[in-house]
Design a protein around this ligand. Structure first.
Ligand code: SF4
Ligand code: SF4
Length: 99
């Protein structure tokens, strides 16, 4: 069903239009866990990622790659270049629905 445009939609409503076909293997890799633990007090990836893929869990970074929006921000956003970002394998990843 379509509405009179997408203006005024909340993030939650917009995210309802997203579907994911997750691969079994992550396309995102935190390369050196020690860098996150010892050299990155702000854990900025937990802030800039619009999909909240990165969650700090006591001493390690949990990467919920299944919900990645493939915006590419973490390719440039990590101040230590500690995230390896690849496109998901063909047929996997995010699927956009347009209404
Ligand atoms: S921004 Fe980079 S270095 Fe910092 S916590 Fe995230 S992945 Fe680790
Ligand atoms: S590509 Fe975008 S949505 Fe995916 S993990 Fe990186 S910042 Fe988050």
């Amino acid at each position: 069903m379509t509405s009179a445009g997408n203006k005024g939609q909340s993030i939650e409503e917009k995210q309802y239009l997203l579907r994911f076909n997750a691969d079994t293997k992550s396309h995102l890799t935190v390369m050196d866990a020690d860098v996150c633990l010892t050299s990155c007090p702000d854990k900025i990836c937990t802030i800039f990622c619009p999909a909240e893929v990165y969650k700090w869990e006591d001493i390690r970074m949990h990467v919920g790659y299944e919900g990645c929006h493939e915006c590419g921000s973490c390719r440039i956003g990590c101040p230590h270049q500690n995230i390896k970002w690849e496109y998901p394998k063909g047929g996997h990843g995010i699927v956009f629905r347009l209404g």
